[in-house]
Design a protein around this ligand. Structure first.
Ligand code: PNS
Length: 190
């Protein structure tokens, strides 16, 4: 296990199974892993920083050496403020390489003591990205298996405000059906 703190920075809008896979792998290698959500992104996000923070906290609750945080400005400055020694990033396919290389070299120029470490998520997630998940979900497609269940639920609530209401009604109907069935059984026995 690598002593010290590593940072896994990103937008996580929303967190995917690929992100979670990488966090789990990183947690096995680094003594402490800080998953850091960029706050001042130029992109207009689907989920607020607070929502992403909440989802990631829930998803990593059992990983004792993983912490979720947010940061503003330069990532290397944030890393220095934590005394981190490594930046963790995922590479899915060769298409990620150019952007990741550019970013890693820029970060090295800004702070030569910080090392970027690349890891690959499981190949079954090699095509999964937050952008595609948003696109599929926004068009009403299924995202099961691409994101954790809690994220799937949040996507549904975000994209279909009537969902919460429908879900609550369905739970009420199923609950009533259950209690009717129990009542029937009870009467039969009596
Ligand atoms: O998940 P993403 O959107 O690919 O993550 C990109 C992120 C947040 C890691 C990157 O944009 C970043 O570190 N931004 C902070 C500003 C910064 O330090 N820029 C210089 C890095 S080249």
């Amino acid at each position: 296990m690598h002593k010290g703190i590593a940072i896994y920075p990103g937008s996580f809008d929303p967190p995917t199974n690929g992100h979670l896979d990488l966090i789990e792998r990183g947690a096995k290698i680094f003594e402490e892993l800080v998953v850091a959500i960029l706050r001042n992104s130029e992109k207009s996000p689907m989920f607020s920083v607070a929502e992403r923070l909440g989802m990631l906290k829930e998803l990593t609750a059992t990983l004792k050496n993983v912490r979720i945080d947010t940061f503003n400005g330069l990532m290397v400055e944030y890393a220095k403020s934590l005394d981190a020694t490594c930046i963790l990033r995922g590479i899915r396919a060769i298409s990620d390489y150019e952007y990741e290389l550019q970013m890693a070299l820029m970060n090295r120029k800004l702070e030569p003591t910080l090392e970027t470490v690349f890891m690959m998520p499981a190949d079954k997630y090699s095509y999964v990205s937050s952008r595609l998940v948003r696109e599929v979900a926004q068009a009403g497609g299924p995202v099961r298996g691409l994101v954790p269940e809690v994220v799937e639920q949040k996507l549904r609530e975000k994209l279909d405000p009537a969902y919460k209401l429908r879900d609550a009604r369905q739970i009420a109907v199923l609950g009533k059906r259950d209690s009717d069935r129990r009542e029937k059984k009870r009467k039969k026995k009596a």
